[in-house]
Write a new protein. Sequence first.
Length: 269
Amino acid sequence: MLNSLWNKTELDTDSADMSWEQFHESAKTGHYDAALSNEVVLAEMANLYESLPYKNSVPIALPSTLAPIAGALSDIMQARVTPREVAPHPISLTQLRTILHLAYGETRDNKDNPYAPRPFRTVPSGGGLYPLELYFYNGGQVDGLALGIYHYSPSLNAVQLTKSGDFTKEIAEGLVEFQSHLASQLSVIIFITAMFQRSVFKYRNKGYRFTLLEAGHVAQNINLAATGLGMGIMNIGGFYDRKIDDLLGLDGINHSILYMNGICRGEQK
Ligand SMILES: Cc1cc2nc3c(=O)[nH]c(=O)nc-3n(C[C@H](O)[C@H](O)[C@H](O)COP(=O)(O)O)c2cc1C
């Protein structure tokens, strides 16, 4: 119902033009802006999921270990590159877990910290609100996982199948035409999505900026983890947002795709 509504209300390029200036102005923190009290923020945080629960899908436990990352951080940072040739390559569950955990996994439970009622993660997060969710598409390269779209649960260290089957065609249609071939050439495609209200309730329009900044932190961790594991990594902004939201089952307003990161075979030496 909602899908059909917003599909029909897509703005043309002219009507959406230049709204970024107004948006950026409205998203500045001013000296006279009233902040919410800590009590209100903590009460709101108590209502937030750590990550979406997908109660109808049985969690598939991920390994508790990390795959070894070879090389010094400074070497890995300098080696990161968009691969010239993109080809799929098998990925073990431990390698997948390593990428997901380093991307957005939990590192501290904060059980003894009354001022931080939620666990913290590998990335910093404005207000510790963690507005992002991670999904991925396994087109058949992940060892032991059936074909389909999965959601990553950092608190369970598990993944949950949200849509079973081959979605290569749908992903190809969701990519801008010049790169639709990537759908079948990437081993795993990670989707970084945002539930904006988790940040916006506290930081108003600036909270929207915070979700984008956080997606950058997560994406860079994915880039460095994949590079450190000897894999290729493609960062993808050229997608049709509505198509990808539809595929993931997101309403596109409260919850929407921000970024796609595809894992593939590393450069052949
Ligand atoms: C936000 C963002 C979106 C991008 N989108 C695409 C994309 O859709 N397709 C693509 O081939 N590369 C994409 N790239 C990769 C850039 O083209 C690439 O990083 C840039 O050319 C620099 O090359 P390097 O990654 O090898 O350093 C994107 C990069 C960023 C940061």
